[in-house]
Design a protein around this ligand. Structure first.
Ligand SMILES: Nc1ncnc2c1ncn2[C@@H]1O[C@H](COP(=O)(O)OP(=O)(O)OP(=O)(O)O)[C@@H](O)[C@H]1O
Ligand SMILES: [Mg+2]
Length: 599
């Protein structure tokens, strides 16, 4: 919570103004019982209507001032809380944008969303409350007790018993309920996570007929939230009855002491009325504390969660050595590179040595989980290797300014992610100033141009969030066009051609060749590896073998196995010059023809 102060500093003047207004309101409120006591003693009991009029009018005048002060206080408090909330949100968003992949794996999307929305709102509400209600309640308790003593200490002495008891009770409650409410907030996070996950994966849930299961998971979390909240509120609800009990005991004490002192001539009726008035106001102000406790503990949880994001170290490895931007030709070399995620002992890549010529094409092949994506991410510098070095154009990868380096990389991740917007927006995501001609060229290369111009609105076609109204293969090709539009020096396609048929894939590879970039393609298809200058076969984080397709056929038993498994009857047609995949395609077509003929 203390960290919030840095956000409040720019608003010091407005906060002081809000507090001054609050004190004016409070001073008037505290003066009222005093005025009432004077009206009783000098007017009503003395039978003189003059003081009643005089003091009555003063009270009305003061009430009006109090009203104006209250309005201004609200105005200032709202300004501060909204501005601070906006600033925190802005900073949070900027911070999340800076996050590296490693940072992003620490926080789930759902939790970041809650932090940006609920948590900031909680802070805003608490700030507003602290300037409107909390400061006032605290000042009212102190002011009420002081005023009671000023009026008549012989009676006010009762407050010295009741107020400390209440105070100790509230501190105990604060500690206890505070912890419970933080638990409530955590459970709310869990629930939000489930909702978020289900909304993003609603199709998956339906397809796998998991509605019942997911429904039950949600219900369990919701029930836990209900139970925890109910339990926490029980503590808060007990406050009011305790306060009322002590207040009533206090009033009886005041009446009894008042009676004694009036008889001995040490007090007046008006004074007794005034002190009762002060003690009820003090008790009510203390009652507000239960609400404050709830709010503060929620705000504490929220602020902890916000600052956890704001203060997390961004391990985006931008170098400080002020090096100039450099154009990359696309020579890639890895020397003895090893890597593990989050420094776990489990090494995902081990002793990788490889070298890609500029403008050459490389296929990465390997079983699932063998480290293909990880290798691509290391080349894109989304992670740093634990050991070894990566060289780009003979210079260590970390001698390039990160932004400059990434601008020259066209990365098509394995999972298709398209932001919402028109096809033009989506494709020009990495190159905002591209004109339609450049976009068309990239779409042509990605083998999707015909499809796009076939759409009624062409480039202006809106595609929904995550591109829901496109097929998997179409989306994949848009992400390829998005990467090609940047005219990258290094193109990384992570399993991006899986949804393409053989002919389209060959056309795509040919078009990419014209871009003259070093192309690294993760693939499972031997038809692709055949067309590449070099093939790297990964096995369980290590390079099993590398070389041309023919080299690997001779050298690697695993590669041969993959090759044969993808060929009909396991016998490649050695004599034919045609690609086996095309031969297979021919066979599929002739099969279909003969089937049709037999019908
Ligand atoms: N963000 C991550 N945090 C921790 N471990 C990870 C992470 N991403 C991948 N791994 C682990 O690293 C290993 C290699 O993963 P990688 O994604 O590189 O495999 P892959 O070869 O691309 O597999 P696939 O063919 O299924 O895409 C796997 O064992 C995986 O469990
Ligand atoms: Mg992968």
């Amino acid at each position: 919570m203390r960290k919030l102060l840095t956000y409040l500093r720019p608003y010091t003047i407005v906060i002081v103004a809000a507090l001054v207004m609050m004190f004016i309101e409070l001073a008037i409120e505290l003066a009222q019982p005093l005025i009432i006591s004077i009206i009783i003693d000098e007017g009503i009991i003395a039978g003189d209507s003059d003081p009643v009029w005089r003091w009555g009018l003063l009270m009305i005048g003061l009430s009006f001032i109090s009203l104006v002060a209250g309005v201004f206080n609200s105005f200032f408090a709202a300004h501060v809380s909204q501005s601070v909330g906006w600033q925190i949100r802005d900073d949070l968003f900027a911070k999340i944008q800076q996050f590296s992949f490693a940072n992003l794996s620490v926080f789930s999307n759902a939790s970041l969303t809650t932090r940006l929305t609920n948590d900031v709102t909680q802070i805003q509400n608490t700030l507003l409350m602290s300037m409107r209600i909390m400061a006032r309640a605290l000042a009212l308790v102190i002011g009420g007790v002081v005023m009671a003593f000023v009026i008549n200490w012989r009676i006010a002495i009762v407050l010295l018993v009741t107020v400390p008891i209440l105070f100790v009770f509230l501190v105990w409650l604060f500690v206890r309920a505070g912890r419970l409410f933080r638990g409530v907030q955590k459970q709310l996070d869990v629930l939000n996570g489930i909702v978020h996950e289900n909304l993003t994966a609603v199709r998956l849930v339906k397809a796998f007929v998991r509605r019942k299961f997911e429904g039950e998971r949600f219900q369990r979390a919701a029930e836990q939230l209900r139970d925890r909240t109910t339990f926490a509120f029980r503590y808060v609800e007990v406050t009011m009855p305790v306060i009322l009990l002590l207040m009533n005991i206090g009033i009886i004490g005041v009446l009894w002491l008042g009676n004694v002192n009036i008889n001995t001539g040490n007090a007046t009726t008006g004074e007794v009325v005034a002190i009762i008035n002060y003690s009820t106001r003090t008790a009510m102000a203390l009652g507000v504390f239960s609400m404050i406790i709830m709010n503060l503990s929620r705000a504490k949880a929220s602020s902890d969660r916000i600052f956890e994001v704001l203060e997390s170290k961004v391990d985006e490895f931008e170098n400080d050595k002020r090096v100039d931007d450099k154009a990359i030709v696309g020579d890639i070399r890895m020397a003895n590179v090893s890597f593990s995620y989050n420094s776990s002992p489990n090494q995902v890549l081990r002793n990788i040595d490889l070298s890609f010529e500029p403008k050459s094409s490389v296929a990465i092949l390997g079983a699932t989980g063998s480290g293909k994506t990880t290798l691509m991410q290391l080349i894109a510098r989304l992670y740093e290797p634990d050991d070894g070095q990566i060289y780009i154009d003979q210079s260590s990868i970390d001698t390039y300014p990160l932004k400059n380096y990434r601008e020259q990389i066209g990365y098509v991740p394995q999972a298709v992610t398209l932001l919402s917007g028109t096809i033009r927006d989506v494709v020009s995501f990495g190159h905002k100033h591209a004109d339609d001609e450049q976009i068309a060229k990239a779409l042509q290369a990605a083998q999707i141009y015909e499809t796009v111009i076939g759409l009624p609105e062409g480039l202006d076609t809106l595609i929904g969030q995550r591109g829901v109204n496109l097929s998997g293969g179409q989306k994949q090709r848009l992400t390829i066009a998005r990467a090609l539009l940047r005219k990258p020096s290094i193109l990384l396609l992570d399993d991006s051609t899986s949804a393409l048929d053989a002919t389209t894939e060959m056309n795509l590879l040919k078009a990419i060749e014209a871009y003259g970039c070093t192309t690294v393609i993760v693939t499972q298809k031997v038809s692709t590896t055949k067309a590449m200058d070099q093939v790297i076969l990964l096995n369980n984080g290590e390079i099993e073998s590398s070389g041309t397709h023919e080299d690997l056929l001779n050298r690697s038993a695993i590669y041969r196995e993959i090759y044969e498994s993808q060929h009909e009857r396991g016998i490649p047609n050695e004599k034919s010059n045609e690609s086996p995949i095309l031969l297979r395609l021919e066979k599929v077509k002739s099969d279909a023809r003969s089937k049709q003929a037999s019908r």
